[in-house]
Design a protein around this ligand. Structure first.
Ligand code: AMP
Ligand code: AMP
Length: 351
């Protein structure tokens, strides 16, 4: 596909959601034409902020894989930048077969969709992980019980014994929040008591460096609101925490934690080379919990831009330290694409 492209007239494109404003603004800052495939009714976001030169409206994101839409994107010499809505709304088989070139390493998007593969990757990198319980009957401490599919943490629950697990799972089945088949794919993780920290990195193949660009934490409903309800009422209401992401909050870390955070990014990138050469291309994020003993536990990895980097649109302290003013994840991605195009190395960063 790339051979038919006019490399001096590339567009950067993405789905209209998640971190599209970040990606499109960054592309414009680097001088690219931009194209967004968005759901009918959502055009207002991309019009109002003036980040999209071309808006393609669709009924559902899955239409990205339709021939008609792909042809249009190819005509515009588009390079797609994937984000969380790609694997949330487009089946993996369709994503893998897209003809429009995509920034990043698609093989690692597959790794990201499986908790078992993520765990293997993070262990390979030598990171500290919460203990995983193979069966509910082994639960011997506080655990968080997760179910497949990106349902925003709804239906997750905490349990501290096998009995507690089966009682809560039974209630969720009865109320219809969970289905029998969900129980088969349940993922049971030690619940680490600490604060959530999400460092976002950019791994540059062209410059052979892993940059730390932003750190955020999430604002989740209702878990971030429960403390406002006094304990007596919480007990009466039988409230359960849910983890629906509503937004993100920027964060800077205690500086003495940064050495480990930087080494973790390097180790994950190095392990990714062994999993699927050339490894991670571009953005990735680690989801961590840091305890009172300053131990960093990593419970998830995203092998692409995360919406938490939206807190850095314009700049963030860490992007500023590395690049000076006006650098952020969307722009960093576009800069890498621009440099690769100038050096005739585009095929190294696209899949
Ligand atoms: P959306 O396009 O908003 O449905 O998001 C697609 C996926 O990304 C879902 O799994 C969301 O839970 C996740 N997501 C969206 N926005 C954020 C955010 N601001 N922070 C963290 N995750 C997000
Ligand atoms: P996830 O769907 O894995 O991103 O988890 C949703 C939310 O649950 C996270 O943003 C954290 O607030 C919390 N969480 C997930 N795993 C753990 C864990 N092992 N220990 C403590 N909190 C967790």
């Amino acid at each position: 596909m790339l051979e038919d492209y006019n490399v001096s007239k590339l567009s950067i494109g993405t789905l209209g959601s998640h971190s599209a404003l970040n990606i499109l603004k960054g592309a414009k800052d680097e001088g690219f034409r931009t194209v967004v495939v968005c759901k009918r009714g959502d055009e207002i976001v991309y019009e109002r902020f003036r980040v999209a030169d071309v808006i393609i409206s669709v009924k559902s994101f899955e239409e990205l894989a339709d021939d008609k839409i792909q042809e249009r994107l190819l005509e515009l010499n588009t390079i797609l930048v994937p984000h969380g809505s790609f694997n949330a709304y487009i089946p993996m088989e369709k994503l893998l077969k897209l003809r429009v070139p995509m920034f990043g390493n698609k093989q690692l998007l597959i790794w990201e969709t499986s908790r078992d593969l993520q765990e293997r990757w993070l262990k390979m990198a030598g990171l500290r992980l919460p203990k995983v319980f193979k069966s509910p009957d082994e639960i011997d401490r506080l655990v968080i019980v997760k179910f497949p599919g990106a349902r925003g943490g709804r239906g997750y629950f905490l349990a501290n014994s096998p009995e507690d697990f089966w009682r809560k799972a039974g209630n969720f089945l009865k109320s219809g929040v969970l289905r029998e088949e969900d129980l088969r794919d349940v993922h049971i993780q030690e619940y680490v008591i600490g604060v959530n920290v999400y460092p976002s990195y950019f791994r540059s193949l062209l410059h052979d460096e892993v940059e730390l660009l932003a750190i955020d934490r999430r604002y989740e409903s209702n878990v971030d609101a429960l403390w406002k309800v006094p304990a007596t009422e919480q007990l009466q209401l039988g409230l359960n925490p849910t983890y629906t992401v509503v937004g993100n909050i920027p964060l800077t870390l205690r500086e003495s934690l940064l050495a480990e955070i930087l080494r973790m990014g390097d180790a994950v990138a190095e392990a990714s080379e062994r999993i699927a050469a050339p490894g991670i291309i571009g953005a990735f994020c680690l989801e961590t919990v840091i305890t009172e003993n300053l131990e960093i536990y990593t419970f998830e990895i995203s092998a692409r831009i995360v919406a938490g980097t939206n807190v850095g649109i314009g700049t963030s302290p860490y992007a500023y330290l590395r690049h000076g003013e006006n650098m952020y994840m969307g722009r960093r991605i576009a800069r890498e694409i621009k440099e690769a195009a100038e050096q005739g190395r585009l095929e190294e960063i696209l899949t």
